[in-house]
Ligand binder design. Sequence first.
Ligand SMILES: [Ca+2]
Ligand SMILES: [Zn+2]
Length: 408
Amino acid sequence: MRERGNELGKRIVGIVAICACVIMGGSNNAGARQDYEHEFPSGQCALTGTGAESLTPLPNHAPSIGNVKALTLFIDFPDVRDTAGVQVRHDEFFPQTQNWYKSASFGKMVYENNPVLRYFTMPQSFRSYGVARGSAEATYARLIRDLISVADKDVNFAGYDIYNVIATPNAGAEQNTVLSVTWQMEPFVTADGPAFRNTSFVYNHQDVDGNTANRYRVLVHENGHTLGLPDLYPYADEPDQVGHWDVMSSDWGANNDMLAWHKWKLGWLENTQVDCVTSPGATNHSLVPVARPGGSKIAVVKVSDSRAMTVEARDLSGNDEGQCGQGVLISWVDTTVASGSRPISVHNANPGSSLKCDKPSMSWENNRRFVEAPLKVGQSFQAPESGAVVEVSAQNSDGSYQVKITRS
Ligand SMILES: [Ca+2]
Ligand SMILES: [Zn+2]
């Protein structure tokens, strides 16, 4: 469990959600959907490492292309009954989560929400489950088994890619304690057949500075795990290296999109939208901001089979509406690194920036620290590892950035 103070040094803010993806083997094709068509990342820059940022889709995760079926269930407990009503809780997450994925995927992922609009009261008290940040798999297996026991007669569990279990917001935790988590487990036995392979649990609220409009974003983050994405924030007590540039790093506060690497990984970018830079010499790239459809989205400067520097443009459009800084963002991806061990690191091009950003997403020190991470027009950067030089020469009238990359 990690906690952070904000700039006031008073409020304790837990950090986003914990990834606890447990892959327990079993048949790779159990429950596989026939309509899942994924253009797998390919080409010289498709790194081959097998860590959390591997470009090979993991078995048994939810598809990220086409119709993705989510079953959304609501739970409360004998000692913590819901008081606000299920529709209120539902509307915190939908349709915003669906819209977020539609925008982020450029319409390639269609998030089908199937809510059961009632609270199922669990057979045991919230206290008895001992839900805490970092709770073991057994705790969540018990929750799922008990939910099945109370809901199976009323709900057909079969045929879903994602199972959302949303607890009444008053269950057990202060607002700023993060309990939300996603598990991948062997499917559970239900009267309808196997179910609950990929399950996202959401608790309480994640409000920042009284802003309640973006409570849904924790579900976007958790569902990102069901698609196979890792946590980009560090589990250990070490500096964050991504800030607000990906919802798998920061899911609090104002809206943000995903890094282009994640969009490539999920099949939301065509391989033709990836500029692979492997040879010495200069190349020119016109990069369309990742939140906008079309065009080249990412230049990948491959350093080794498992490591690359990535170059992408960010602006304030689409899901990046909540950003403050914009420009050309440079990151390093290492496909040998595990979730929560900083598999991606963003380069901060303007560490001394004094940009004043009053958006609620930027109330954390680490997010503010990376607000102006992108290179602006006229700025350049020489990468210490590859020796490659990235120069941002102009912003075109269509919003794309003109970038020159020179490899030695
Ligand atoms: Ca049933
Ligand atoms: Zn997470």
